[in-house]
Write a protein of this length. Structure first.
Length: 596
């Protein structure tokens, strides 16, 4: 619903450590974010009431804006003149966010559909149970007992198909008699989104012991995934059950004018709205201290993954373990001893709020960030796939055997936009650093626009988009998205120094830039305005129109401008340490990444 009388909007995002409030006002028909405030989140002792942090953050907005928004502990709605606001919306990941367990009959088919469904709804998936996951029955039961999720999503079987596997999973859940994470007195919510033929049996097994909710099958046929009904049910239960148990949430739920959304679900919704409004393929990432979330929209299909063990402070040791020290060292333009690097990273883990004090330690953080972003993206690619189990002329037993995933939907040549958010991308001292981190981690191909979310406003705007799409998109373009520039990277490999392409850029203000791009070099053209590029690649390089074909495209200017990346795809760093350090130093210098 578009609301014509919305002039003043207040929005909050209750994070696990900080609650952020923003004020949005309509000026000359356009919505702009005008003031912001933040305060520590108050779900833990001594307060144990999330609304205290919300009121503190809003009080800061009041002080900065000179607008009276609160009357005691109430938000003045509707607004009038210099008092109050027309609506108040909020998102939340406080209290550890939404933690779910999913169960599906076949791990690589319904198990994975269930996982995509839960992730898209903003949940952290603690485990995926499946009939064929190689665990003994007693191990499955023990695992359900141990985890204490907020809810379980149970799926399995296509409509009208066999019911044995999904009934067996229900029996395991019943035997485990799992307790919810919050609130000892209420029953654990279970969403059944499997074979419609098994509904009665599932109800007989689970209805007494749990809060069972039935919805449409997430995999009605092998060829079709139907995630939206179950996703809506997850949101409803999140509000009705989980949020009711969290300290102070019942109060917060009475204050808001639209349902509270899990923070990642709101970021996902904003990513989807942006992609749809521009007909773009988009990848957005939020890299935090403990987790990294990746969102993508390709050909209108939305996916989200959470790498719950990849982050820049609390989880920095996991990045070190998963990437390996050598993969972190390969991005450093100086020689470092492995033990020295290990000590630096362990120090960051035990003092998560420290920030780098020297250029060297900033470069170490940037090296870790590249690896965290790369690993999270790898995980995302493996889950953002076309449906499995669909193969022409194969029997169903072959489909069960099929362990290899469907085709990943992520096509880097077709990617239009990368949006980065999270501390290291939003607050690095120079925007050129954020741009380089994303180019190195994602290795975009062809012509790709790059931006960052200025102050992590996407959650606020995502929940706002459910009330006014215009307000959310206005603020997104004008205040949230900081355009950094465009990366142009022909795909292919050659020997260092060989010609990759000829190029010419004409900016909107009529300025012309042209030249040759050689293999192994990066050229940066400072450019604030938009323009067009014509690029003529050599026969073994593809700039977006096929190998050797001339390609013309719009380029977006920005704080950094246009970056021509001639390092080839896939990007291979030199094996020799001396040559690698030399190349890194040359690239960082041409990007003006660090003070000389």
């Amino acid at each position: 619903m578009e609301n014509k009388d919305l002039n003043v909007i207040i929005a909050t995002d209750c994070g696990s450590t900080t609650t952020k409030a923003i004020l949005i006002e309509k000026k000359d028909g356009v919505y702009r974010q005008t003031f912001r405030g933040e305060a520590p989140t108050t779900v833990e002792a001594p307060f144990e009431d999330v609304t205290k942090g919300v009121l503190n953050a809003i009080t800061e907005v009041e002080e900065l804006s000179g607008r009276k928004i609160l009357d005691g502990e109430k938000i003045i709605i509707p607004g009038k003149g210099k008092t109050g606001a027309d609506i108040y919306v909020s998102t939340s990941s406080a209290g550890g966010g939404l933690q779910m367990m999913v169960a599906g009959a076949v791990k690589s088919m319904t198990g994975e559909s269930a996982q995509r469904c839960a992730l898209g709804a903003g949940a952290i998936v603690m485990d995926v149970l499946a009939s064929n996951d190689q665990r003994a029955d007693h191990e499955k039961i023990e695992r359900i007992r141990q985890l204490r999720p907020d809810m379980i999503l149970l799926s399995g079987g296509t409509d009208g198909g066999t019911v044995t596997h999904v009934v067996e999973l229900a029996q395991f859940i019943k035997a485990a008699n799992p307790r919810p994470r919050l609130g000892a007195s209420y029953k654990l919510p279970i969403i059944y989104a499997g074979n419609n033929k098994a509904r009665n049996q599932i109800s007989e097994i689970l209805a007494d012991k749990t809060a069972l909710i039935t919805t449409e099958n997430i995999r009605p046929t092998l060829e079709k995934e139907n995630l939206i009904p179950a996703r809506h049910k997850i949101h409803d239960i999140f509000l009705e059950h989980v949020m009711q148990q969290a300290p102070g949430y019942p109060k917060l739920m009475k204050m808001v004018c639209a349902p509270i959304m899990p923070t990642p679900a709101a970021v996902g919704l904003m990513t989807e709205k942006f992609a749809k409004a521009n007909n773009y393929n988009v990848v957005a990432v939020d890299i935090g201290g403990a987790t990294t979330d990746v969102f993508s929209v390709f050909s209108g299909v939305f996916n989200r993954t959470v790498s719950a063990n990849l982050g820049m402070s609390y989880s920095i040791s996991n990045v070190m373990a998963e990437a390996g020290l050598s993969n972190i060292i390969r991005w450093l333009p100086f020689d470092i001893d492995e033990q020295d690097l290990r000590n630096r990273l362990k120090n960051k883990m035990i003092r998560p709020t420290t920030i780098p004090q020297t250029i060297e330690s900033l470069q170490v953080e940037h090296a870790v960030a590249r690896e965290a972003l790369r690993l999270a993206f790898e995980q995302h690619k493996s889950l953002a796939v076309g449906l499995k189990g669909i193969q022409q002329e194969r029997s169903i037993s072959d489909a069960f055997e099929q362990s290899a995933s469907g085709q990943s939907l992520i096509d880097l040549m077709a990617l239009n936009y990368i949006i980065g958010s999270g501390g290291i991308l939003a607050h690095s001292p120079r925007r050129t650093q954020s741009m380089m981190l994303m180019i190195d981690a994602y290795q975009p191909e062809g012509v790709t626009y790059i931006a960052v979310d200025s102050i992590f406003m996407m959650p606020h705007l995502g929940v706002l988009s459910t009330i006014s799409e215009k307000a959310s998109l206005d603020v997104f373009y004008n205040d949230c998205l900081v355009k950094i520039g465009t990366c142009v990277s022909p795909k292919g490999i050659a020997k260092e120094g060989q010609m990759v392409a000829e190029w010419e850029i004409i900016s909107e203000d009529g300025k012309k830039h042209s030249g040759d791009l050689h293999f192994g070099e990066i050229i940066r053209i400072p450019m604030e305005t938009n323009g067009r590029i014509v690029i003529k690649p050599q026969k073994n390089f593809d700039a977006g129109s096929g190998r050797g074909n001339k390609h013309s495209a719009k380029v977006e200017g920005g704080i950094v401008g246009v970056v021509l990346d001639g390092r080839g795809r896939p990007l291979e760093l030199p094996k020799s340490k001396k040559k690698r350090i030399e190349n890194l130093s040359k690239w960082y210098k041409s990007m003006d990444m660090y003070p000389v």
